[in-house]
Design a protein around this ligand. Structure first.
Ligand code: FMN
Length: 362
């Protein structure tokens, strides 16, 4: 018996794993190519891909579009047939322009979170690129499905349920965390599966539900498949790989992080995020960090009195500055060494199959 493969936009991968998009410049073409070669779905993050390019500060939209095009064509040169998506946060300015641009590119899906992308299907009209979304509660899934159904008669290619152990921006408020008002990932999966049933029936389709946040190994993956998820999305585990696009300094921060070094930080996006404790997080305990420039990145950023600039600090860290913002998931402390993507995928599949009592393990 084998794991059920995952089909997105008419293409199928061998293993039901999506490599999660990581910005800024953490998951680009190098990681994507390795993931696609290993039989899983790859996602690049659209967040400020042009950060290192000339002209970025003057015209971030056009510079990012050029950089995205380059990354996508490099991936397609090596993997013309694999499943490739782009993660586009709804909280960014010019979401409409990025989505319309990405709808013309050689990718399979746009997956959007950090807010509710109620308008995403608008930009996908007439395109072969499919839309998908990330939510952190069944309630949010219901709002999204109802809205896409009413406004566009459109259903997502898949839904990512992101739990409280994820990396990057988290879909739970600071108050939710403080009050312990947090639903665990298994429960989000179970309730979301219920919510989607009438929509699946109406459209005569099945919508894959993907579990994300704290999936470190095959045992975690098996737990999610057992409660009904159709696959998992994994991000943090792929950072300390030879193929990941992050700087060596970023990877070292992940490898060296102990459990107590993984902390929550407020983001100027108005959402909590999770990061490795370092100069930035320690400084923020006492005062804000001076902002050097603004590229008007987030709709939700107040620009004045913010703790730090997220583009500046994430961009710097991906470029080798370990004093910048080092986004991570909650299980980075379990990562002890650099590895190759293919080894990690094989190990996760082996452990998962074993837990699900399936034969083989290759
Ligand atoms: C360094 C880092 C950057 C991330 N950047 C983004 C992003 O740009 N957009 C997004 O929607 N999610 C982002 N995420 C979330 C991941 O795509 C993923 O859903 C989540 O981290 C899964 O949990 P895991 O890291 O425990 O595997 C990021 C996560 C990490 C660790």
């Amino acid at each position: 018996m084998n794991l059920k493969p995952l089909t997105i936009n008419g293409k199928t991968v061998r293993f039901p794993i999506i490599q999660g998009g990581m910005g800024i410049r953490i998951s680009l073409s190098k990681l994507a190519k390795a993931c696609m070669n290993s039989g899983i779905v790859a996602t690049i993050s659209a967040a400020q891909v042009g950060f290192l390019k000339k002209g970025f500060r003057q015209n971030p939209l056009e510079t990012n579009k050029v950089a995205l095009k380059e990354e996508i064509s490099e991936i397609r040169r090596v993997s013309p047939k694999g499943i490739l998506g782009v993660n586009l946060m709804h909280a960014i300015n010019d979401f409409d322009k990025y989505a319309s641009f990405l709808a013309t590119q050689d990718i399979d899906f746009i997956v959007s979170g950090a807010g509710l992308p109620l308008d995403l299907p608008e930009y996908l009209k007439g395109s072969n690129v499919k839309g998908a979304f990330i939510i952190s509660s069944a309630r949010a899934a219901k709002i999204m499905l109802r809205s896409w159904d009413r406004r566009y008669q459109y259903m997502p290619a898949f839904i990512v349920c992101e739990g409280p152990l994820a990396g990057g921006h988290l879909g739970f408020s600071k108050e939710d965390f403080e009050k312990g008002n947090i639903e665990d990932l298994e429960s989000i999966i179970i309730t979301t599966k219920e919510i989607i049933k009438p929509f699946e029936e109406k459209y005569g389709i099945s919508i894959p539900v993907i579990a994300a946040g704290g999936i470190h190994d095959g045992h975690d993956m098996a737990k999610m498949l057992k409660v009904g998820s159709d696959g998992v999305q994994i991000a943090t585990r792929f950072i300390a790989t030879h193929e990941c696009d992050a700087s060596d300094e970023y990877k070292e921060m992940i490898i060296n992080a102990k459990e107590e070094d993984i902390v929550r930080v407020d983001s100027p996006a108005g959402l909590p995020g999770r990061a490795v404790r370092n100069y930035l997080t320690k400084t923020l305990e006492n005062h804000n960090i001076k902002v050097s420039y603004c590229v008007n990145c987030l709709k939700t950023c107040k620009k004045v009195g913010i703790p730090y600039c997220i583009t500046e600090q994430l961009g710097n860290s991906s470029n080798g500055d370990n004093k910048g913002l080092i986004f991570t998931g909650a299980k980075a402390h379990l990562i002890k060494k650099m590895d190759y993507v293919d080894n990690i995928v094989k190990q996760i599949i082996f452990e998962c199959k074993k837990d699900l009592s399936m034969a083989g393990g290759k």
